[in-house]
Design a protein around this ligand. Structure first.
Ligand code: AVJ
Length: 328
């Protein structure tokens, strides 16, 4: 029987930490909201739905790369015995990488730490990964940094560690933020440890806009649900019916931006965040950035953070980059 060990019940999608986060971002100019707040239970479900959309190629491309290179990925990572996945979501990608549990093992992993801000996603991922496998699975309902430090601290000498950061989650960081975060990952690793990371590649604007503003309106719902989440958890008074979803390709910065545009002037009270302000008609709240990379630039960023790229995989359509690097 697989021991399933659960972390502390710190729900980051509600409570004081959400309030502080929202206060910080909403008082910036222009107003912003933290993209991690997109992932309450409904938000996580809507993101899973996005991954099924024909216009959102990220997940499909990455899944194909993982499925075709399961052994190669573990080899390039130096056959780690411990794995930490940051932002595991529903766990389906890691499940695919580990392969069917009734097949001979192609890896030497015996301990997995799953880190995600969404407790609902973590519960599902923990079940999917651990239930049929002879592995220890630990869950950390924490932000990346906190989960990473906690999970890495539990490693035992002689074990090789691999951090996985899939799904182009790195794309939510701006370049200085990405550099700092890669350095944070490097700092918990020892030379020879590995990082397996996925990054979405630059593609034509029309394709990017369809991926982030789909004809079914799922991405719009995902974006607007952030306000539903804040209305529920912080007693905020956003009039959700008056917002529209907007996706913009910022070519100079190489990022897709998601915004929420208020159609009317509306007073907003967020008592639990101690905020009270007026949103103007046409005023936008910036909710997410999804940076798109070129292979060379991405490898350079890894090198600057103290990693040496070992191997990479790109799908036939040139949509997505999966890369294994080793800590120097
Ligand atoms: C989960 C952050 C990789 O940026 O593509 C999907 C989230 N936002 N559609 C991304 C997202 C809009 C996604 N990441």
């Amino acid at each position: 029987m697989t021991p399933l060990v659960d972390g502390p019940a710190a729900d980051l999608t509600s409570g004081a930490s959400l309030a502080a986060d929202v206060r910080h971002y909403l008082t910036q100019t222009p107003r912003q909201l933290p993209s991690r707040a997109l992932y309450d239970t409904l938000g996580s479900a809507l993101f899973d739905a996005i991954c099924h959309l024909p216009w959102y190629p990220v997940t499909r491309a990455e899944r194909r790369l993982i499925a075709a290179n399961r052994t190669g990925i573990f080899d390039a990572a130096g056959q780690p015995s411990r794995l930490i996945e940051l932002g595991c979501g529903n766990g389906e990608k890691l499940d695919l990488l580990l392969g069917p549990s009734d097949e001979p093992r192609h890896n030497s992993v015996h301990h997995i730490d799953l880190v995600d801000v969404s407790p609902s996603a973590l519960r599902g991922a923990c079940r999917l990964i651990g239930e049929t496998r002879d592995l220890v699975v630990e869950t950390h309902p924490l932000r990346y940094e906190d989960g990473l430090v906690r999970a890495a601290a539990a490693r035992t000498p002689g074990e090789r560690l691999c951090v996985m950061f899939l799904g182009s989650n790195i794309g939510n960081f701006d370049p200085p933020g990405a550099a700092a975060f890669l350095a944070t990952i490097r700092a918990v690793l020892l030379p020879g440890d590995a990082l397996v990371i996925g990054a979405d590649l630059v593609k034509p604007e029309s394709e990017l806009l369809l991926a982030y503003d789909d004809p079914l309106g799922v991405t719009a719902a995902f974006n607007k649900n952030l306000l539903v989440h804040l209305n529920r958890e912080l007693d905020a008074t956003f009039d959700v019916t008056c917002f529209t979803h907007r996706a913009v390709w910022n070519a100079v910065a190489s990022r897709v931006e998601m915004h929420l545009v208020s159609g009317v002037t509306q007073p907003v009270e967020i008592p639990k965040a101690g905020l009270s302000f007026q949103l103007g008609a046409g005023e936008m709240i910036w909710t997410e950035s999804s940076y798109k990379y070129e292979v060379v630039g991405f490898e350079a960023a890894l090198r600057r953070a103290g990693f040496s790229p070992a191997r990479h995989w790109i799908d036939r359509e040139g949509q997505f980059l999966l890369l294994a690097a080793r800590a120097e």
